[in-house]
Design a protein around this ligand. Sequence first.
Ligand SMILES: NC(=O)c1ccc[n+]([C@@H]2O[C@H](COP(=O)([O-])OP(=O)(O)OC[C@H]3O[C@@H](n4cnc5c(N)ncnc54)[C@H](OP(=O)(O)O)[C@@H]3O)[C@@H](O)[C@H]2O)c1
Length: 232
Amino acid sequence: MKSIIITGASSGIGHATAGMFLEKGWRVGLVARRADRLDALAQGRPNAVVLPADVTDAAAMEAAFKRFGAVDVLFNNAGMFGPSAPIDEVALDDWAQVLAVNLTGMFIAARLAFGAMRAQGSGGRIINNGSISAHTPRENSVCYTTTKHAITGLTKSLALDGRPFDITAGQIDIGNAESEIVAGLKAANPGTQTMDVRHAAASVLHMAELPLSANIPFLTVMATKMPYIGRG
Ligand SMILES: NC(=O)c1ccc[n+]([C@@H]2O[C@H](COP(=O)([O-])OP(=O)(O)OC[C@H]3O[C@@H](n4cnc5c(N)ncnc54)[C@H](OP(=O)(O)O)[C@@H]3O)[C@@H](O)[C@H]2O)c1
């Protein structure tokens, strides 16, 4: 049975992706802070492993990986949007929080997955959740956009440094999948074009099902009519 750890499995893209991998018979490690939601997702599914943890807590994440054991794929997905304001109105504490979750959190999970995959000797795959904001910002999203651009560097470094160990890495850049983050943006900006989170989940499954001899370094999946291509 193939295995995957999914961070941010309690809602949105991570939740939908975890559900899809569980249906496909993968062993799925569910990481997030809201344990009640993870328990509900795991209910009646013996291939689900509930691993409540804050991705910024290195010790808790290490314990979660240890409990899970052998891991073929990490979906490094947990993230937050943070403040929506021009930079001079952003409090340093808010910047630090977005940096801690979106960047250090993904670094911690990738570091643990890489180490486990290297020790296993059978390689593995790390899929980072970037964003359209890894390429082009939304207005007033300096913290989010900066961290998501940084994830592109993480993905490229993992893909390069993993080669000697049969570890590969790719990034999914999603645009407006209808999650809690996007529901908030949609409420503030009526007319925002969205798509179902299942399309993001199906794309992650496609990336994960490839043999280790093949990799999708970057995949963009977005609401067809959202502004990004040309003038929108
Ligand atoms: N939706 C989109 O269109 C879109 C577009 C581009 C990129 N993304 C990216 O997709 C990822 C998931 O976002 P989403 O849209 O699905 O939003 P969401 O529904 O708000 O989900 C965010 C997930 O991250 C988890 N999380 C946040 N902080 C955490 C922490 N400190 N420790 C552990 N887990 C934490 C949350 O779980 P708990 O609160 O239970 O901890 C939740 O499961 C993010 O990286 C986001 O940037 C989304």
